[in-house]
Write a protein that binds this ligand. Structure first.
Ligand code: KG4
Ligand code: ZN
Length: 352
């Protein structure tokens, strides 16, 4: 109680500062990442430790292994982020942490670590929504981007169309009715026996394939702007199995290209529909799947035709990182959104 009052009292002084530097931590899944970000827009450092090698053996993220690796690496990664800037813990103005959604054990490591730092240093702690972080990766890439805009957020757990009405004000326009786009890419990659993480590997393989080799069904969803990927995934699995049994399998690159095209076509089609109906003149892409080469190119072309300005994060900011959390935290901090020390991990935290 005393802590939170002290932090709120300090807010006006913070808001008047020319430069507000936030040390942000992200541990919601399989990346231990920390960064220092100035005024929500300038990356002073961005340290990421990826656990890919630890999980590759199992073909996917093992939550217990992820939590343990976060515990082992978190201090090192935070130190690396500070060292790169030459700042000390005393020099940062606020702390931020992803508190959800994500794996509960993984989130808890970050939340507990940052609560400890916030108490010890008597600095404000800002809780951040992981997907809001992904959206804000666009602010780091494009200093001129401001709300309002439409955002397609596609990751391993999300496929959402949001209207970003203002900083921190989101309206849900559409979402997946079953699998997330990243999940669909990962499952299709598994069918093709590609190692984890499947999405980026399928993307790479698809670059050399014929995207019209395999006919896949068009998706139909009741909600106009909603997505569905599970029927597509099953159709893909069945087609590949049938080909293998008949001994006439298409080249994996053709299969990958056909699947990627089906996913990207659906995402593009629904996004364009939403753009036309809502009248937004700016579209931002966000989340791990925003690294997909075809999706970036296809949305960029579609936006050009529509006279809409297209934004997508720099490739190194598409996946999970601390900088995007530091950007989202800045706008939350300016609105006075400071956590007290009862902050907990919220695996199902909703953005709206
Ligand atoms: O945002 P992210 O790093 O973690 C979550 O918040 O889920 O997204 C990870 C997801 C995984 O499903 C991964 O396969 C997918 O994003 N992904 C891709 C590509 N890069 C990452 N999917 C398709 N093409 C890519 N290039
Ligand atoms: Zn993510």
């Amino acid at each position: 109680m005393i802590y939170i009052q002290q932090m709120k009292d300090r807010l006006d002084a913070l808001k008047a500062q020319r430069a507000v530097r936030i040390l942000a931590l992200e541990t919601s899944c399989d990346e231990t990442a920390a960064a220092v970000v100035e005024n929500g827009r300038v990356i002073l450092s961005n340290a990421v430790y990826s656990q890919i090698d630890l999980h590759a053996l199992y073909g996917g993220v093992v939550p217990e292994i992820a939590s343990r690796a976060h515990v082992e690496k978190v201090s090192q990664v935070v130190d690396a982020a500070l060292d790169e800037t030459g700042l000390s813990l005393d020099d940062v103005d606020a702390l931020a942490v992803t508190c959800g959604p994500g794996l509960v054990g993984a989130l808890l490591i970050g939340v507990s670590y940052m609560k400890g730092l916030a108490y010890a240093l008597a600095k404000p702690l800002v809780p951040v929504h992981h997907i809001e972080g992904h959206i804000c990766a666009n602010y780091l890439t494009f200093p001129e981007l401001t709300p309002p805009f439409l955002c397609l957020a596609v990751s391993g757990g999300h496929s959402h169309l949001f209207a970003v009405e203002d900083y921190g004000r989101y309206r849900l326009i559409g979402c997946t009715q079953d699998d997330a786009a990243g999940e669909a890419f990962d499952k299709a990659a598994r069918v093709l026996n590609l190692p984890y993480p499947g999405g980026p590997r399928l993307d790479r393989l698809a670059e050399e394939g014929n995207d019209r080799a395999l006919r896949l069904p068009r998706a139909h969803t009741d909600g106009t702007y909603d997505f569905t990927f599970s029927g597509l995934k099953t159709a893909f699995l069945n087609a590949v199995n049938q080909q293998r049994m008949s001994g006439q399998a298409m080249p994996p690159a053709d299969l990958a290209a056909s699947f990627r095209r089906a996913v990207c076509d659906q995402l593009t089609e629904k996004t364009l529909l939403a753009l036309r109906d809502t009248g937004y003149r700016k579209l931002a892409l966000a989340g791990g799947v925003s690294a997909n080469h075809r999706l970036r190119a296809q949305l960029s072309e579609a936006c050009m035709r529509e006279g809409v300005t297209f934004y997508c994060p720099r490739l190194d900011l598409c996946g999970d990182n601390g900088a995007m959390i530091g950007s989202a935290a800045y706008y939350r901090l300016m609105r006075g959104e400071i956590a007290d020390l009862t902050l907990n991990a919220q695996p199902n935290y909703s953005l709206i």
